[in-house]
Design a protein. Structure first.
Length: 414
């Protein structure tokens, strides 16, 4: 499916939809946990999203219809066998995702969680790989494990009779894993093959952004090909199906499935481009450049007097200090706005300030992802920015960082 290489910025922007069953990196699960917690292999929580149950029911219904033709003697028990197939198939998807996870942990990349959902699974990897070689291997291990599983199920067929429940299940799991591997090896983002292509172009050009642009546009081309080609292949019988059995409902179902797959691939490719563009401009988010100049005032200073001093100094923020000049709080901008002008001479700044915590003290040299991670760890509306010497540099507004972040997302990549 997809591995999601999204750290601080990916938390805010979302990193991308899932790829159709296979392996991947993506983010933005529903809810705090992303579904039902199933376990913690290798210390990484695995969640099953509510959408999985919709797919499991669909697989049970479709596979049950196929079993009725192959093993009609099963009767209604075929749906129980089909449900087992759906669970076993997603267990294979989980193995695919665990391959990405183990590789990421080996490269010392933290993995937030694995989520099984509508069209497969997602491994949420918190950081970007440092080299194209690691990127290639991290993407390749998922399809590789799916190929291995397909081989294992193929060997299992030699131990059972073909026209039996075990034989049909093993054949179905073999074919489905081979399809997962083949599909995810297609060279377009957000598929694993797209990340492999990105790594190759990155290696050749020395520029990660060039690899992302190439793989993302190939991904968009794949989306168009899936949208048009999948219904045509099914309708013409090129996939081995009988054209005589194709009716109106099957045609609509194929077209709908193709549209969903194409939308997932197209959106994922676009998200990959946006994330790459953001990473390229992320170093421009520097605390020193975004910090507002501040004036120190004591707690009992009337707001009107504090604002007068700030205007004279050309400052846009107020820091409350004690008798020794040490900062104790930040006067919140929202609190200042909420005080009518005629009352400002009678309101002390101490009543409008937010007490400082250690997490609200930010080094002036912080920039990029490190800055976003620091702000994410301690959410606040304003932060005190300090020089290495401990001297007050100014106040950093979370709103200013957010505006700069959005501007970085909108700026075209090089």
């Amino acid at each position: 499916m997809k591995e999601d290489d999204t750290s601080g910025e990916r938390e805010r922007a979302r990193t991308g939809p899932d790829k159709p069953s296979g392996g991947g990196r993506s983010r933005r699960p529903a809810g705090p946990g992303g579904g039902i917690l199933m376990g913690r292999p290798f210390g990484v929580p695995v969640y099953v999203a509510p959408s999985w149950f919709v797919v499991a029911a669909l697989i049970t219904w479709v596979f049950g219809g196929q079993l009725d033709r192959v093993l009609p003697e099963l009767g209604n028990a075929r749906y129980l066998v089909s449900l087992f197939f759906a669970v076993a198939f997603y267990a294979s998807v989980l193995v695919h995702e665990l391959a990405h996870t183990v590789a990421a942990l080996r490269f010392k990349l933290p993995v937030r969680r694995i989520q099984l959902q509508f069209f497969g699974g997602v491994s949420e990897i918190e950081k970007e790989t440092e080299t194209p070689g690691r990127e290639f291997w991290l993407a390749f291990v998922g399809p590789l494990l799916s190929l291995v599983l397909g081989g294992v199920f193929y060997l299992g067929l030699y131990a059972v009779e073909p026209d039996t429940v075990p034989g049909v299940l093993l054949a179905g799991l073999m074919i489905s894993n081979l399809i997962v591997a083949a599909f995810n090896l297609l060279p377009g983002l957000p598929l694993d093959g797209g990340r492999m292509l990105r790594a190759v172009v990155w290696k050749i050009t020395g520029r990660p952004m060039a690899g992302t642009v190439a793989a993302a546009w190939v991904g968009r081309a794949l989306a168009v090909a899936v949208l048009i080609g999948l219904p045509l292949l099914t309708h013409t019988g090129a996939l081995g199906n009988s054209t005589e059995d194709i009716g109106g409902m099957e045609t609509v179902t194929d077209a709908l499935l193709a549209a969903i797959l194409a939308a997932i691939i197209w959106t994922g490719a676009g998200n990959s481009l946006r994330m790459a563009r953001l990473r390229e401009h992320l170093p421009e988010l520097a605390a020193r450049a975004l910090t507002r100049r501040a004036v120190p005032v004591e707690s009992g200073t009337p707001l009107s007097e504090a604002l007068r001093r700030a205007n004279e100094a050309g400052a846009r923020a107020l820091v409350v200090v004690d008798g020794q000049g040490d900062p104790t709080g930040i006067v919140r901008e929202a609190a200042i706005v909420g005080v009518p002008e005629h009352r400002r001479p009678w309101v002390a700044v101490g009543g409008l300030s937010q007490d400082l915590t250690e997490g609200m003290k930010v080094p002036a040299e912080l920039a990029g992802e490190a800055l976003l991670d620091t702000l994410r760890t301690t959410p606040a509306s304003e932060y005190l920015v300090l020089e290495e010497t401990g001297e007050i540099y100014g106040v950093l507004s979370a709103a200013d960082v957010e505006r700069a972040f959005v501007a970085a997302m909108a700026r075209p990549g090089s």
